[in-house]
Design a protein around this ligand. Structure first.
Ligand code: 13P
Ligand code: SF4
Length: 328
């Protein structure tokens, strides 16, 4: 460890103590950022930590919707997002309102049991088309979208959330891949929307076949944000922390990792005898990589990168997050 690095780390830890702060890091953050965090996890685990930990400040090393969820759940805490411009393009795709003509036919909705709305449709458009059908919002959405939804979900709990709802249909937004994956694991009809993560969407069936050929003994793990045809040929589909649990408990020794490469840090550190290969070397989320130790220190020092949600949005958005946290 260089002296510059040690000094950065020491200054961060001093601020942390002084401000009674909790540092949360998503599994995709840079290795050195994960290493200074109090807790590293997937979206569901981080939401739980934000909701339950006793502290005055949360420094969220992740992307905007994650810090926003922390602030929604804990409005009495100051929530800092060290790189305030670290967004999630998928979370910004769907809009609450942008009126469109009413549709009368939904080809494919009956069989197979999922219909995907094209991206020009807003959340309110979809609600108007399917009045009374509950809306499940992936946590990768803005606070405004959560506020107009009935319940949130993450990649770790989407099926349980869908199953918890009344009726035989659900609207599941914005990630088409996650929604189609869920539709294959529930008897309910899933009405989806054509959103995607550009990091996971780039993985093709060809990549999977190539990886299998290169590492014939390896088990393929894939995040549900990957294309549905990729998920169908993966050995295990789960959230980032689900992959950590699976790799730890598995008797297999080699794994191909179908998600952002930041997860490799924990996979390798927590499983020293096992080997991990990225499914693609370019699965790098530029927004997740914006946060550095320098930005964490700057956030503490300047106290300006604060994320807060207006009360009229926060209260209904919290209801959607609380409902999720209650059932799983
Ligand atoms: P997880 O909830 O699995 O950590 O995923 C979050 C995310 O942004 C995936 O791209
Ligand atoms: Fe958003 Fe994809 Fe980055 Fe996750 S990996 S934060 S879904 S852009």
């Amino acid at each position: 460890m260089t002296s510059d690095f040690r000094s950065l780390r020491d200054q961060i830890l001093r601020f942390k103590e002084e401000k009674r702060a909790l540092i949360l890091s998503h599994n995709y953050q840079r290795d050195e950022v994960q290493d200074i965090a109090d807790f590293v996890g997937d979206s569901l685990e981080l939401s739980r930590m934000a909701a339950t930990q006793d502290c005055d400040m949360i420094v969220f090393c992740g992307v905007h919707f994650m810090a926003e969820s922390a602030s929604i759940l804990s409005p009495d805490k100051t929530v800092l997002l060290p790189e305030i411009g670290a967004g999630c393009p998928m979370a910004d795709m769907i809009r609450v309102d942008a009126p469109r003509p009413v549709r009368t036919s939904f080809p494919g909705f009956e069989n197979p049991p999922a219909y995907v709305f094209p991206p020009e449709f807003s959340l309110r458009d979809i609600r108007r088309q399917f009045p009374g059908v509950p809306v499940v919002a992936y946590v990768n959405t803005t606070a405004e979208v959560k506020a107009e939804s009935d319940i949130c979900c993450t990649s770790a709990n989407v099926v349980k959330v869908i199953e918890s709802l009344p009726g035989d249909s659900v609207i599941c937004i914005p990630d088409k891949n996650l929604s189609l994956w869920a539709s294959k694991n529930t008897r309910k009809k899933v009405i989806a929307w054509d959103g995607f993560c550009n990091i996971h969407e780039r993985v093709t069936v060809f990549d999977v076949l190539q990886a299998k050929e290169d590492h014939p003994r390896a088990v393929i793990m894939a995040h549900p944000e990957c294309r549905i045809e990729v998920l169908e040929i993966a050995d295990h589909v789960t959230s980032t922390s689900g992959m950590l649990r699976f790799a730890k408990s598995s008797t297999e020794e080699e794994f191909i990792v179908g998600t952002e490469i930041g997860l490799m840090h924990r996979l390798r550190r927590e499983n020293p005898g096992k080997v991990f290969y990225p499914l693609r070397d370019d699965m790098i989320c530029p927004n997740m990589k914006k946060t550095t130790l320098q930005s964490v220190l700057r956030a503490f020092r300047d106290n300006t990168a604060i994320v807060r949600v207006p009360e009229h949005i926060r209260i209904p958005a919290k209801l959607a997050l609380d409902r999720m946290l209650e059932i799983v």
